[in-house]
Design a protein around this ligand. Structure first.
Ligand code: NDP
Ligand code: DGY
Length: 329
């Protein structure tokens, strides 16, 4: 049964999202939906206008939800549901202070993101984009013993920074390639690491001993710029750096320096600062840097499931019931 217009709860959706989620929101019959119906991010002024008096906000990782947005929303706002597992774009302290609940999308994107991380690691280590380019531009003259050689996983040491849901899924996928040692760091050792014979080591050891350093931690004050000049200076000259977490975990000037000076062999990034990375950015001039446009979770099915979960989290927040995936604040 439909609610009367007065009972309808205002929900602002900051982007065109996969139809799975929209169907759920419409079918619930309790939302007065206002959608920024575009594939491009909502301009800040429209976001501030759109959230006014909203009970629910469905947002993306490209929307910075800070005190200004929360104040613009006002006291109606009960729930923020983000179409992401990362929540570094949300001012959690401000949200908590106002008693607003938060929904997010853990687990459902773990496989897709781990798979993309493996693809990026192999593409970077075996120089696939360079090879494809050479085939197209005529650089492929003959089979050459020393041409386009890279690095393999067999017998290697892999270091995972942040063995969470995605980090563990990456480790599980990499092990069968013949990885000899699997090192990891984090805030505490993980019992789940046994499954991949993971060795909990200090960051310094991981960085010094790994042939592949894979970053899969969340972005927080203690991981901001974690990968800087000092970090890269400890890496082996033959090592590969992969980041599929958040761009701000890396100091990109320091990474550029490490890549262009030969301090490290190559880097593969699915995330950058800013996003999009300007086409004139120095990192894009380097052959040993593979940059992807933040597509970790981008499979049709994963994005559909994320959309549905985000809608269901939002509805639960509006009705004060248990959320399928609530972020514990
Ligand atoms: P989890 O919370 O399961 O994992 C995050 C991990 O980061 C935890 O194991 C945590 O360790 C670790 N961590 C936190 N602080 C530090 C630190 N100082 N040093 C080392 N590790 C640390 O999240 P998910 O695995 O589900 O997702 C991880 C991140 O991946 C997301 O936050 C998001 O930013 C990013 N992501 C990117 C995608 C893409 O498209 N490229 C797709 C999906 C996610 P501990 O358990 O000890 O606290
Ligand atoms: C996330 O969910 O945090 C990713 O960055 C996009 O799926």
């Amino acid at each position: 049964c439909m609610m009367s217009a007065q009972q309808m709860l205002k929900v602002f959706v900051t982007r065109r999202i996969p139809q799975e989620g929209m169907k759920i929101l419409k079918k619930a019959g309790m939302c007065n939906l206002s959608v920024w119906d575009s594939d491009e991010p909502v301009p800040r002024a429209e976001l501030l206008k759109g959230v006014a008096d909203a009970h629910g906000l469905l947002c993306l990782l490209s929307d910075k939800i800070d005190a200004e947005v929360l104040n613009a929303a006002g006291p109606n706002l009960k729930v923020i549901s983000t179409l992401s597992v990362g929540f570094d774009h949300l001012a959690i302290d401000e949200i908590k202070k106002r008693g607003i609940r938060v929904g997010y999308t853990p687990d459902v994107l773990t496989d897709a993101t781990a798979e993309l991380t493996v693809a990026l690691l192999l593409a970077t280590a075996r120089r696939l984009p360079e090879g494809v380019e050479e085939v197209k531009n005529g650089g492929w003259s003959t089979w050459k013993p020393l041409w386009l050689c890279g690095y393999g996983l067999s017998g290697s040491t892999v270091g995972v920074i942040g063995l969470g849901r995605i980090g563990l899924a990456i480790a599980r996928r990499l092990k069968p390639f013949g990885v000899k040692r699997l090192l990891y760091t984090g805030r505490q050792p993980k019992p789940q690491a046994q499954e991949v014979d993971g060795e909990y080591v200090p960051l310094d050891t991981l960085v010094r001993e790994s042939d592949f350093v894979v970053v899969s931690c969340s972005l927080a004050p203690d991981t901001q710029s974690l990968c800087d000049k000092t970090f890269f200076s400890k890496m082996k000259k033959t090592s590969i750096f992969i980041n599929t977490s958040r761009g701000a975990v890396v100091n990109q000037e320091d990474l550029f320096e490490a890549l262009s000076s030969g301090q490290i062999a190559a880097a593969g990034l699915d995330v950058t600062t800013p996003e999009p990375l300007p086409t004139s950015h120095p990192l894009l001039t380097l052959k040993n840097c593979v940059v992807l446009p933040h597509i970790g979770s981008a499979t049709y099915s994963t994005r559909g499931v994320m959309s549905a979960l985000t809608a269901n989290n939002l509805l639960a927040g509006l009705t004060g019931s248990e959320m399928p995936s609530e972020l514990k604040l």
